[in-house]
Design a protein around this ligand. Structure first.
Ligand code: PLP
Length: 381
């Protein structure tokens, strides 16, 4: 395996750390479907690293090693989904522990946290991500073991200062977890800002082609919490399939190109539509008018991400009408693929959602930006 620390991350990633298949000389890793491994006459494993398919798979290694390297972490683990990666952390907590998370974050996880924490004797407090004081006050409450953040927060793109969050969490004796699905390690490496764990829905940008559901965790260090997380994956069994792991490592090879192109286009779209007469606001941390812009500049490197939201002047009906009129954007949930997606978050999240009804979320892909701008122009006209 190539171990040249002088090489840029994109070089290591494009060459998948150059893990040449030793047996055949192949430049891409093989797929290992076997669930069990041979023992010799003395009942010793012929290859002591491999025993059973739920423990690990030789095919995970490439994506895990590349991701740990890109995030500046010590080790990474793949999971069968982003949610199972998140749950491995939550299941590593003990009854009575307190979890703190933003009120605006990936809604599926927020809702699941509310249900799970209640059922498993964990305390949960949510804070307003647009208010840094609220985060401090909430974390300071006794028994906080985990501060969970996203930055930017999906889908309003409020920016949380990761370094400040790490300081607050550590002072309280808590670990900081950052769901870094949206910025990816191309734009932000939370561990370098003090995070203890980084989580990804690898279903999104890491894979990048809307054809794999996967999750990943990266740890800053192999400590007791990480040991418990490894234990949960081993015995809980939320592992990724061999073929999905292979697809993921292949998708990851173009991560830098895809994320940079999406970020450039998102910035161009945000600039173009800021002040548009049909819009109440354009929410994008790359705009100087965004309240989190200064922090985003500090903690994001090389772009502000491929996600933005538009708030139309009008109600849910008006927003849905704009979504309906789009021809280049595809109406679908999810994000981080090569094709641009448009969605009305309130319709997805439903009654009780804190997301404004006039908000349209855009996941920008790698198409020509003029086509995307033209499509939104005609839809808003
Ligand atoms: N985190 C974020 C930011 C997400 O957008 C999602 C899914 O949409 C998840 C976590 C959950 O990941 P998955 O769908 O891979 O389980």
């Amino acid at each position: 395996m190539r171990n040249d620390t002088k090489l840029a991350p994109e070089t290591l990633n494009a060459q998948a750390l150059r893990q040449i298949d030793a047996g055949k000389g192949g430049l891409t890793p093989a797929i290992f479907p076997s669930t069990t491994y041979l023992r010799d006459e003395n009942y010793a494993l012929t290859n002591p690293q491999h025993s059973y398919g739920r423990d690990e798979n030789p095919g995970f290694v490439v994506a895990e090693k590349v991701l740990a390297r890109l995030e500046g972490g010590e080790e990474a683990l793949l999971f069968s989904s982003g949610m199972s990666a998140a749950m491995a952390i939550i299941q590593s907590l003990k009854p009575g522990d307190r979890v703190v998370a933003p009120r605006i974050m990936y809604w599926g996880l927020r809702n699941w946290l509310i249900t799970f924490c209640d059922q498993w004797g964990l305390a949960l407090d949510l804070f307003d991500p647009a208010d840094p004081d609220a985060m401090v006050q909430t974390v300071e409450r006794q028994g906080t073991r985990l501060l969970w953040i996203e930055s930017p927060c999906n889908p309003t793109w409020d920016v949380i200062d990761i370094a400040a969050a790490a300081e607050i969490a550590h002072e309280a004796g808590a670990a900081l977890v950052v769901d870094s699905t949206v910025p990816t390690p191309v734009l932000t490496q939370p561990i370098r800002h003090g995070a203890d764990l980084v989580m990804h829905s690898a279903t999104k940008y890491l894979n990048g082609h809307c054809d794999v559901v996967a999750g990943a965790l990266v740890t800053a260090r192999k400590d007791e919490l990480w040991e418990r997380v490894c234990h949960v994956r081993l015995h809980g069994g939320a592992i990724l399939g061999a073929f999905e792991a292979w697809l993921l490592q292949r998708g990851m090879r173009t991560l830098f190109l895809r994320v940079r192109k999406a970020s450039e286009s998102a910035l161009a779209i945000a600039r173009h539509f800021e002040g548009h007469p049909a819009l109440r606001a354009v929410l994008y941390p790359g705009l100087p008018s965004h309240p989190g812009h200064a922090i985003a500049r500090r903690q994001m490197d090389g772009g502000f991400g491929g996600m933005l939201s538009l708030r139309v002047k009008g109600d849910a009906e008006k927003a849905l009408d704009v979504v309906k009129r789009c021809r280049v954007f595809t109406r679908a949930t999810s994000l981080g693929g090569v094709e641009s997606l448009i969605e009305h978050r309130y319709s997805i999240e439903g009654e009780g959602s804190p997301i404004p009804k006039d908000l349209i979320r855009l996941s920008i892909g790698i198409e020509a930006v003029e086509d995307l701008i033209g499509d939104l122009e005609q839809a808003l006209a």
